[in-house]
Design a protein around this ligand. Structure first.
Ligand code: AMP
Ligand code: FES
Ligand code: ZN
Ligand code: ZN
Length: 306
């Protein structure tokens, strides 16, 4: 039987990078410390921030909420029901159950109620995942801005980030590469976006959430089948298995060499419809969903300023 490196109790997890075995108590401490270090290293959070955690019902968002709560941060959660049949209903129900168990306030937005259709219910040549991503980012940010949150945490993890990085390097998408990283700073009407799980793999996160008796959605979204990121994930897993630590070195090396991918100085306009930052006259959200007046996502939130 493998024993915990720190206390000698039965090991709960045997890790390959770093190479060590840990019991339940020390594994939890290891993961939460790692998240805390990432938050500090990238200066993700500061005194007075109002934090919103975007929860999908999946393990990554759940781990983000669990760790931030265990580390003593205060925040509320947001779930977006994307209108993807049973998958979205299940995701909403599980998100509710998670937040109830954690004792955290949950806000829910329903895409169909807001714009009249769900993901996959519009006639377009665009792949559902592409306009879904844009829709989620817009709604998270608009909800944050309308309700006084200046930071949004998502559950993006090391596997997501390395797959994204690999895809964008393979296709030399310099524009995306320049905006890639653990944090995107805030600006006018744009909340700061942070990824506290930036250095944790799927496996690390699964082992972490298994420590707690909280359910999560295991199934992927039905539109994700065949996504390129899944292929890149498989390739990277093979490399990582043979050479543990490669994924972490990949993102760290990228961040060290960021100046190779400078961001263009883009001057954003105000969307003519919603007033949010936009590249064109009308932002991609209002254009795609054919809106002629802004969404008002303001809810009644009492912020405790004491
Ligand atoms: P994904 O883009 O599905 O890989 O999700 C990445 C992160 O975005 C999740 O860990 C959540 O933090 C957030 N997210 C994804 N889907 C939703 C949703 N329907 N509602 C709220 N947040 C979401
Ligand atoms: Fe958006 Fe799959 S979650 S298309
Ligand atoms: Zn131990
Ligand atoms: Zn707009």
């Amino acid at each position: 039987m493998r024993r915990c490196k720190f206390c000698g109790d039965e090991a709960y997890v045997v890790m390959r990078s770093p190479k060590m075995a840990l019991c339940r108590v020390h594994y939890r401490e290891f993961v939460e410390r790692k998240i805390e270090r990432v938050i500090h290293r990238y200066k993700m959070l500061k005194e007075g921030d109002r934090l919103l955690v975007a929860v999908s019902g999946g393990k990554d968002a759940l781990a983000t909420a669990l760790a931030l709560k265990n580390l003593g941060y205060e925040f509320e959660c947001l779930h977006i029901n994307l209108g993807i049949g049973e998958h979205s209903q299940l995701s909403e129900n599980i998100s509710r159950e998670q937040c109830e168990k954690l004792g955290i306030k949950l806000h829910i937005l329903n895409l169909r109620e807001l714009v009249g259709a769900g993901i996959g219910e519009v006639r377009t040549r665009r792949a559902p995942c592409s306009y879904c991503g844009m829709t989620k980012r817009y709604l998270m940010n608009k909800f944050a801005v309308d309700n006084g949150f200046n930071v949004i945490a998502t559950g993006h993890n090391l596997d997501d980030e390395t797959a994204f990085l690999m895809g964008n390097l393979l296709h030399w998408n310099l524009n995306y590469l320049s905006r890639q990283g653990p944090m995107l700073s805030e600006s006018d009407k744009m909340a700061r976006r942070i990824k506290p799980l930036y250095e944790l793999t799927n496996e690390d996160i699964e082992n972490y959430v298994r420590l707690f008796d909280v359910p999560y959605v295991h199934e992927r979204c039905p539109y994700s089948a065949g996504a390129k990121s899944i292929l890149y994930g498989k390739v990277l897993k093979e490399v990582e298995d043979k050479s543990p630590g490669t994924k972490l070195n990949f993102v760290k090396g990228f961040l060290k060499n960021r100046e190779l991918f400078p961001s263009e100085d883009i001057v954003l306009k105000e969307c003519r419809v919603c007033g949010m930052p936009s590249l064109g006259e009308v932002c991609s959200f209002c254009r795609f969903w054919n809106l002629n007046k802004p969404l008002n996502l303001k809810v009644n939130i009492v912020h405790d300023d004491s």
